[in-house]
Design a protein around this ligand. Structure first.
Ligand code: MRU
Length: 336
């Protein structure tokens, strides 16, 4: 495979590295990943995260494994194991199925992997190009979780639109929700916004309603981990609550995603599996190894929730900007 260097994923002389996102923003630590099993561990622990990026990181590790001379059944087993690491985001499953379809040789797997990386980068560019037209001068936006170059191999999805609007000189301001429990907003989105000199304000997740009631927010832009054919969207836990608050306050709520996030075999949101994560993430143990809750709590830590299409104003995809009505009348199935 040809060498590449993205913000959170690198390939140098057939050695793959991921930027350990658990350490950001304090430290930029790169982890050498030797095989799909190790990549699976990195994905599970959220060293590498974000639906499009885990797909690309996963298939890169598979392509290198295929070229290392392993037999076909070992490769297939590794592919199946990878797909199971994070069950809600659909991109990884789709990418692995694509590169492994029809008994391919290592060369074909490499070619398909390189093709998907190029496509994913281009889709981010197209999304930003289309989405920026919706953003007006001096707008205040809310974004959630992290949807930038730490979550894709390109310029990002919702973040890509923000980046483009800023580059066009629209003088926007971004309210960044911290994103409990793992703080992707507070740690990662702020890190990316700072690098780009985009003005932002960091808020706790529970400050949104009061902020919206002040009439200061013009739009909400979020990413997606899986979009069902009827337009229901799985995204980071808390997205549903954010959509309800936007609906109540008449703030337009946009989902921003590439085609690779649409699950053409999933009819509705209720059919999307929700990843459950360890309760230690809520208790404080994930970061400083310091517990802030008492021991032996019951476990409920879903990583994602489903926002029904009825709460979504519009979809900014790489193929176009669609209204809720267009999506509800079945537009997504024609994108296949
Ligand atoms: O658990 P994470 O950090 O992988 O969750 C990421 C998100 O929910 C993002 O919003 C989503 O993957 C879209 S990223 C372009």
């Amino acid at each position: 495979m040809k060498d590449f260097e993205y913000i959170a994923l690198r390939l140098k002389n057939n050695t793959l590295f991921v930027l350990d996102q658990r350490r950001l923003p304090q430290k930029e630590v790169w982890i050498k990943v030797h095989n799909p099993d190790e990549m699976g561990e990195c994905i599970l622990k959220l060293c590498v995260r974000g639906a499009p990026l885990i797909a690309i990181a996963g298939i890169c590790s598979l392509a290198l494994f295929a070229n290392s001379g392993v037999d076909k059944s070992t490769l297939k087993e590794a592919a199946e194991k990878l797909k199971a690491t994070r069950p809600t985001a659909i991109n990884l499953k789709k990418a692995v199925d694509y590169v492994m379809a029809g008994d391919p040789n290592p060369n074909e797997i490499t070619q398909r992997t390189e093709e998907l990386i190029k496509k994913e980068i281009k889709m981010c560019e197209d999304i930003a190009h289309l989405g920026t037209d919706l953003i007006k001068e001096e707008e205040f936006l809310i974004t959630y979780c992290n949807t930038g170059s730490l979550a894709t191999p390109g310029i990002g999805t919702a973040f890509g639109v923000i980046r483009k609007a800023h580059q066009e000189g629209k003088n926007i301001n971004v309210y960044v929700m911290e994103t409990r429990p793992l703080l992707q907003g507070a740690r990662l989105t702020t890190w990316e916004l700072k690098k780009e000199n985009i003005p932002y304000t960091l808020i706790c997740d529970n400050m949104v309603a009061s902020l919206m009631s002040s009439g200061k927010i013009h739009k909400v832009l979020v990413g997606a981990d899986r979009i069902a054919i009827n337009g229901d969207v799985a995204n980071k836990i808390g997205t549903y609550g954010l959509a309800i608050q936007a609906h109540y306050h008449n703030v337009p709520f946009y989902v921003v995603a590439p085609q690779s996030t649409v699950d053409f075999s999933c009819e509705k949101g209720a059919n999307i599996p929700i990843e459950q994560r360890p309760i230690s993430e809520i208790e404080g143990l994930s970061f400083k190894k310091e517990r802030w809750a008492p021991e032996n709590n019951q476990s409920f830590n879903p990583a994602f929730d489903i926002t029904p299409v009825s709460l979504i104003t519009g979809f900014i995809l790489n193929t176009g900007v669609y209204t809720r009505k267009e999506i509800q009348s079945g537009t997504l199935k024609y994108l296949y």
